[in-house]
Design a protein around this ligand. Structure first.
Ligand code: HEC
Length: 150
């Protein structure tokens, strides 16, 4: 027990040291913002299916997914770091960098829609879920319209 604990601590220290000195590259930002987008799709899709009657309604599942979707939205803008504009593997448009204020605003509006979705999920009925899912999806589309190329 003691030895394994010591090994774990040593490994952790080594990996943290590695992290502290490893500079994030443009690719890391692109992977992060795509990953958090995939995360948003991952958490939202089953909630949307519940609202459409394609998946059995489950309140706890809806609350869990809405809460984690909100968190994904919260961290998404961390993936727009230096040098990641115009990377070869990105669909983010130049506007995301030249008009950062508008991007931040779009993310804030999406976050507010996610807050409403969490509340709707907590309300515990499919009927409460429906309009909140629609409003959330509208924010996904709206931001893509402005900041994602086709
Ligand atoms: C604040 C703006 C913004 C919001 C809000 C937003 N997206 Fe995105 N989304 C983007 C941008 C920018 C990209 C392009 C990322 C890239 O390729 O660098 C993207 C890409 C994606 C992708 C493709 C990811 C990949 O692997 O290439 C998916 C899926 C996606 N978004 C889903 C969603 C869903 C679902 C929502 C709503 C819950 C959402 N997005 C809300 C800006 C946004």
């Amino acid at each position: 027990m003691r030895t394994s604990c010591k090994i774990a601590t040593t490994l952790l220290a080594a990996s943290l040291a590695g992290t502290a000195f490893a500079q994030l590259k443009p690719d890391d930002y692109v992977l992060f913002r795509k990953g958090t987008m995939q995360g948003q799709r991952y958490y939202l899709t089953p909630i949307a299916q519940m609202a459409q009657g394609k998946l059995a309604y489950n309140k706890d599942e809806a609350v869990m997914r809405a809460t984690r979707l909100r968190h994904m939205i919260e961290v998404h803008l961390d993936g727009f770091g230096p040098g990641s504009e115009g990377a070869s593997n990105t669909r983010t448009t130049a506007a995301a960098f030249s008009d950062r204020a508008k991007l931040v605003d779009a993310n804030k509006t999406a976050l507010a829609a996610a807050d409403d979705l969490v509340k709707a999920a907590q309300a515990g009925t499919v009927d409460a879920l429906k309009p909140a899912v629609g409003a959330m999806a509208k924010q996904c589309d709206s931001c893509h319209e402005s900041f994602r190329s086709r």
